[in-house]
Design a protein around this ligand. Structure first.
Ligand SMILES: NC(=O)C1=CN([C@@H]2O[C@H](COP(=O)(O)OP(=O)(O)OC[C@H]3O[C@@H](n4cnc5c(N)ncnc54)[C@H](OP(=O)(O)O)[C@@H]3O)[C@@H](O)[C@H]2O)C=CC1
Ligand SMILES: O=C(CO)[C@H](O)[C@H](O)COP(=O)(O)O
Length: 462
């Protein structure tokens, strides 16, 4: 990622100095790509720092966690007042807040900068989410804006806010990425498990869906992954890949933060759980032998059933994004970041992993209004209404065939929970009051009340 970001900046006409702890990697970069612009390498850290014009903007692109602190510790002795360290990895936002405060105490400045788009994006133009000292932004802005992907002449980058807000936004971007990928995987699993369709045929179905509202980078690469034939086995490569999903942490952090903030992000959290369950391969193997469950056998999909699946995927995707955007809104209020949700949709339209035509609809909505929930925007409300019956049929078919669809079904459950003016939490409140005198409110009068359930049964003001 670091090498490609450096090449990107050099190609855009900026003078770039590079350093890696292993000098052979610096030398390799210069040997292979040194002619792409002004790329200058150093094998000595002090010489690297001295080669940069003050106030120095220095991008750190290493593994998140301890390595970032280690690299900062090594760099700080060579820095001068006003220099800016920019952590472009996937750091936890609270680490970024801590590092910002530590740097400020030393008269230095710090930026947390979320970067999305994978290695190709880093080279050709990623989506960039920088946050930190507003006064340092002027020094960084020219190269950030030019290095970013451009959509309709606008850079997929913007100043996000103070402290760790950029890394928070990148974290939620990745959480949405988890949910989007899980939904695509469940659609694939339904086609495979419910309808017995082969990988190659599923690729063709996804290809057809690229033309509609699901058009996105993730669907594009799904088509490519499903179409790839393994040269060793002559089978679809996807059928040869071990079904255990790994994770580096950003999806889990998104879910943890949402739990702390009390925001229901069922799609992202289920996507994290699904990865966790996938990694319990030996347990799954044992359970598959132990539990012989009667399920509906695969049956050939009609055009109507595939249309239902498309609608279900789209409705679930809308819910996943609505949940992610609500989390961003709540985090913004809680941490005082003043996030502009429309700008986030705008800078995710290109460069990043979740880039999609769909984000333009979100951007358009926030340009006009900021509803309490994205699902209330007229475009999305209509799409939900139109998809609902097909969504239910799809989830029912999956359940009948024993195909787990945690993201599809949790999105549907969230939607059904949201659209009911009165749910069952009245009973929860009654139970809480019974065992813990936690009190409840009444529909017909103001105040809090407690019933003396196991005493005389009378209700008292609490
Ligand atoms: N890969 C991706 O698609 C994306 C990754 N990111 C984030 O970007 C960051 C870098 O990712 P990526 O480039 O893929 O990771 P790599 O593992 O390819 O590279 C990590 C780099 O960190 C260096 N490094 C690791 N530990 C230390 C240390 N203690 N001191 C100094 N240098 C160290 C490595 O040095 P050496 O070469 O000497 O081993 C290497 O240059 C991560 O935070 C990642 O989450 C963000 C967006 C997309
Ligand atoms: O930031 C990214 C893309 O936006 C990285 O690719 C991220 O590391 C992917 O996450 P995980 O490895 O947990 O699937």
């Amino acid at each position: 990622m670091g090498a490609n970001l450096a090449r990107n900046a050099a190609r855009k006409g900026f003078k770039v100095s590079v350093y890696n702890r292993r000098s052979e990697r610096t030398e390799k970069l210069l040997a292979e790509h040194g002619d792409e612009g002004v790329l200058q390498g150093s094998t000595d850290l002090e010489a690297f720092v001295q080669s940069i014009a003050r106030p120095r903007p220095i991008v750190i692109m290493v593994k998140a966690g301890k390595p970032v602190d280690e690299v900062m510790e090594e760099l700080i002795p060579y820095l001068d007042e006003g220099d800016i360290l920019i952590d472009a990895g996937n750091s936890l936002f609270t680490d970024t807040e801590r590092r910002s405060a530590e740097m400020a105490q030393k008269g230095l400045r710090f930026f947390g900068m979320g970067v999305s788009g994978g290695e190709e994006g880093a080279l050709l133009g990623p989506s960039i989410m920088p946050s930190g000292d507003k006064d340092a932004w002027a020094r960084i802005e020219p190269f950030v804006m030019k290095m970013a992907a451009q959509v309709d002449g606008e850079p997929c980058a913007a100043y996000i806010g103070p402290g760790g807000s950029g890394h928070y936004v990148k974290m939620v971007h990745n959480g949405i990425e988890y949910a989007d990928m899980q939904l695509i995987a469940e659609a694939y699993d339904i086609m495979r498990g419910v309808h017995g369709i082969s990988a190659g045929e599923i690729a063709e179905i996804f290809k057809g869906w690229q033309k509609g509202p699901l058009d996105s980078y993730l669907i594009d690469i799904t088509v490519e992954v499903l179409s790839k034939v393994d040269t060793k086995s002559n089978k679809p490569l996807v059928d040869m890949i071990v079904d255990e999903a790994e994770q580096k942490g950003t999806g889990r952090w998104t879910a943890q933060s949402a739990l702390e903030l009390g925001v229901p992000i069922t799609a992202i959290t289920e996507a994290v759980y699904a990865r966790g369950l996938s990694s319990r391969r030996s347990q799954r193997d044992e359970a598959s032998r132990l539990f012989k469950v009667e399920t509906k056998p695969p049956f050939k999909a009609s055009a109507a059933e595939l249309a239902d699946l498309h609608a279900a995927l789209y409705a679930s995707k809308i819910v996943a994004y609505a949940q992610g955007f609500e989390q961003l809104a709540v985090a913004s209020n809680t941490y005082g970041w003043d996030l502009d949700l429309g700008t986030l949709a705008k800078i995710w339209r290109g460069g990043c992993i979740i880039r999609a035509a769909f984000l333009d609809r979100i951007r358009e909505m926030y340009a006009k209004e900021a509803p309490a929930n994205m699902l209330f925007g007229p475009y999305f409300a209509d799409a939900m209404q139109e998809s609902l019956s097909a969504w239910r049929r799809t989830v029912a078919r999956a359940i009948e065939s024993g195909t787990p669809v945690p993201a599809f079904s949790s999105c549907l459950a969230y939607f059904d929970g949201l659209r009911r003016a009165r749910g069952p939490a009245n009973l929860l409140q009654g139970l809480r009051d019974y065992f813990g005198a936690h009190t409840y409110r009444r529909l017909d009068k103001e105040g809090s009340f407690h019933t003396r359930w196991s005493q005389d049964g009378s209700e008292i003001d609490a």
